[in-house]
Design a protein around this ligand. Sequence first.
Ligand code: BEZ
Length: 205
Amino acid sequence: MSVDTIAINRQRGAFEEQASFWLFGYGSLLYKAGFPYLECRPATIRGWSRRFWQGSHDHRGTPDAPGRVATLVEEAGAVCTGMAYRVTPEVLEPLDVREKNGYLRFTTTLTFTDGGTDQGLVYIATEDNDAFLGPAPALDMAQHIARSAGPSGPNRDYLVGVAAALERLGAEDTHVATLMQALQEVEAGPETQRAGRLPARPGTA
Ligand code: BEZ
């Protein structure tokens, strides 16, 4: 899908009529909102898993050398921990522009860690978008992340920021933990990789 997601997201609507609504963050929004919000609360959503399977041409990479950032993939029974922001509709237009590289608006049910549920909005880059990279062995993904950078900074800072935010939330995410371990081994150098805390042909994370 190589399309103008800004136009599609405008058409998708939902929530614009409300004075405020919840926006669920699971990637960079975990550690940096970059927009005004009324309140934020840790929350989970069901049926989706965080995966570093989306290419980033405009934030953590370039068109010639895209980085690897988070999206959500459907997985029955999965629970994804993130941060919910209560926002006003004005934030949507700049967010649509910022996340134009494949992310579409979806509606989902949020369960707040401190109790209660509500409907909210989440941006997801589905596998039919042109920038979707899909799975790869953990070490390959970590090497990719370690060498990538874009206008928003080094790709590794994004992964480290997500991991640190999840730790602050007390959330377990085995995919992110596996990538962090692989990144540490990549950054420690080839001796550490050969010493083999990661299997020679690691499975996908
Ligand atoms: C995030 O949760 O950080 C996010 C927001 C918009 C698009 C993709 C991810």
